[in-house]
Design a protein around this ligand. Structure first.
Ligand code: HEM
Length: 448
């Protein structure tokens, strides 16, 4: 039924696969602008995908008709690290785990982590020297990893935080290599990459299970306010049961994987955009100076920093860390008058949608003011802007990420200006699992 949908011409066997792999962002942007709301993309001899670029259709897929879909295969490789955590599991299992975890991410609960975020940022930038050239992306990755480690385990792990950090990095790199590699070498083959990965996994499991066991053996009344404590205390409203050790382990890993690189990317792109737009940067500094008057920010300051919040929104519009969401059809479904069959993939790209001229004037320009007062978001259809996805699988850490981004920008921006050398080439977005800056982000820091 779907054969009438047209799309970019491809090669006889591989279809559009090579063109997509070579430069996914340009390929998708062109496909949407040339073929409209639904473009047919062939990913090999018999794999049919459709790029959906209409916010109403996206809403149907992610919300109203979500039960007709499952997450597409690309994510399966993440299971090697996160097991059956909420990012990867489906159906009833997903619903139950999501219900158990939701309260831990409630805005009021996570507000308590604000102080940790600011403290970690202050510690981190203490080592920065005026005039130093740094890979800001690497710095943001280290900082967000330190924050998620402390909010997850509290004081438990400060001694082996670096070890855990390294093991997680190895795991994440392995996933992104495997996700983009043409050759799928099974984990059993003892290549160096496989061995490193297995070693890192064993270390992580050993550490995490030991922490879980310590916690379970603690006497009643021991006070912990970290995420792990919330996962261990979570009880299903319906049957009163909690999570097994394996489930807690999988959710801990899920939160590490989903919750650190995404925020680091958002911050890296934000520093880059600020460095390219001195008028925005000046207004950013002015707001920080007027509102904070030199003291450290707290969660309560965030509503008084509207421009910082607009900067984060605009940065996630132009460089959405989650640049594409895919769903595989599991049951025949109709979307916007088009019919899709089981096995077909529907692709929804935040990168494409967020730069659609139907919804954004001067779509490629960095203009945080466009989010001023929330008018734009009210005027546009809901899914013209969806950095955190939507429906039952919307990012569980969205408030965490927004709070962390605002607090880190405020803490760092108050003390440093971050510039990019005039001779540095423009930063290139590299869409791997997340949208990261290709070759990092070399920038110079200046004391303010
Ligand atoms: C700017 C930062 C972030 C962005 C752009 C982002 C984006 C997203 C998106 C688009 C999804 C939905 C994927 C889909 O439907 O296929 C998602 C899911 C998820 N995110 Fe985030 N995320 C961010 C930060 C975080 C943080 C800080 C955490 C945890 C502390 C987190 C945890 C999760 C989890 C667990 C899921 C799976 C939810 C489910 O399927 O029920 N994310 N994220």
């Amino acid at each position: 039924m779907t054969t009438q949908i047209s799309g970019p011409r491809g090669l006889p066997l591989s279809g559009n696969l090579l063109a997509f792999r070579k430069d996914p962002l340009s390929f998708l942007t062109r496909a949407a602008s040339e073929y409209g709301d639904v473009a047919h993309i062939r990913m090999g001899p018999s794999r049919h995908a459709y790029l959906i670029s209409n916010p109403e259709y996206i809403k149907e897929i992610l919300v109203a008709k979500q039960a007709h879909f499952k997450k597409a295969k690309g994510l399966q490789v993440a299971k090697l690290v996160v097991g059956e955590g909420i990012l990867t599991n489906e159906g009833k299992d997903h619903l139950r785990q999501r219900r158990l975890m939701q309260p831990a991410f409630h805005r009021d609960r996570i507000a308590g982590y604000g102080d940790i975020m600011v403290e970690e940022a202050v510690n981190h930038i203490e080592a920065w020297k005026d005039g130093e050239l740094l890979d800001i992306h690497h710095e943001m990755m280290r900082l967000t990893l330190a924050i998620i480690t402390r909010t997850m385990f509290g004081a438990n792990v400060s001694s082996n935080a670096d070890e855990i950090g390294h093991a997680i990095e190895v795991g994440l790199q392995y996933i992104s290599k495997k996700a983009t590699s043409v050759l799928d070498i099974p984990l059993e083959v003892p290549t160096k990459g496989n061995r490193d990965f297995q070693q890192a996994s064993e270390l992580l499991d050993k550490t995490i299970y030991a922490i879980i066991e310590d916690r379970r053996n603690e006497p009643e009344g021991a006070e912990h306010t970290d995420l792990l404590a919330m996962l261990l205390a979570a009880r299903d409203e319906e049957d009163g049961t909690g999570m097994s050790d394996k489930q807690v382990r999988d959710e801990v890993m899920t939160i590490f994987v989903a919750g650190h690189e995404t925020t680091a990317n958002t911050l890296s792109w934000t520093w880059y955009l600020l460095s390219q737009h001195p008028e925005v940067e000046a207004r950013f500094h002015q707001e920080l100076d007027e509102v904070l008057e030199g003291r450290e920010p707290t969660v309560d300051d965030i509503p008084s920093l509207p421009y910082v919040n607009q900067i984060v929104q605009e940065s996630m519009r132009l460089y959405p860390a989650a640049w594409m969401i895919n769903r595989e059809v599991v049951e025949n479904v109709e979307i916007g008058g088009y019919h899709f069959k089981p096995g077909e993939i529907l692709m929804m790209s935040q990168f494409v949608m967020h730069r659609d001229p139907r919804f954004y004037d001067e779509p490629d320009r960095f203009k945080p003011e466009r989010f001023d007062g929330g008018e734009l978001l009210k005027r546009n259809p809901q899914f013209a802007y969806f950095p955190f996805g939507g429906g039952p699988r919307i990012c569980i850490g969205n408030n965490f990420a927004l709070m962390e981004s605002a607090l880190l920008l405020a803490t760092i921006g108050q003390r440093f200006r971050i510039s990019r050398g005039e001779n540095e080439p423009a930063a290139i977005p590299e869409p791997v699992v997340t949208l990261r800056p290709k070759n990092g982000m070399k920038m110079t820091i200046h004391k303010r």
